[in-house]
Design a binder for this molecule. Structure first.
Ligand SMILES: [Zn+2]
Length: 79
């Protein structure tokens, strides 16, 4: 069985160990820590937010630009 350093304390533990014998951290051999999972979730939320923001901006741009243009033209013509 391969040994890996515990993600919490660095003590060498078996990859199949359920808990670190040194510090007691659960799943010491797991490569993805909770912090990495949270970072992934954060990045995913960021991507979704950017997509929503980008789509919203595109919609507003195409929905209101003709109105704004017409208003500017009207203002220039009428004074
Ligand atoms: Zn440990």
């Amino acid at each position: 069985m391969p040994l890996v350093p515990c993600r919490a304390c660095g003590h060498n533990v078996d990859t199949s160990a359920l808990a670190c014998p040194s510090c007691g951290a659960t799943d010491p051999g797991k490569k993805i820590s909770r912090q990495q999972r949270e970072t992934r979730a954060f990045v995913l939320q960021l991507v979704v937010a950017l997509l929503l923001f980008g789509g919203g901006s595109w919609y507003v741009w195409h929905e209101f630009m003709p109105v704004i243009k017409a208003a500017i033209v009207k203002q220039n013509q009428g004074g």
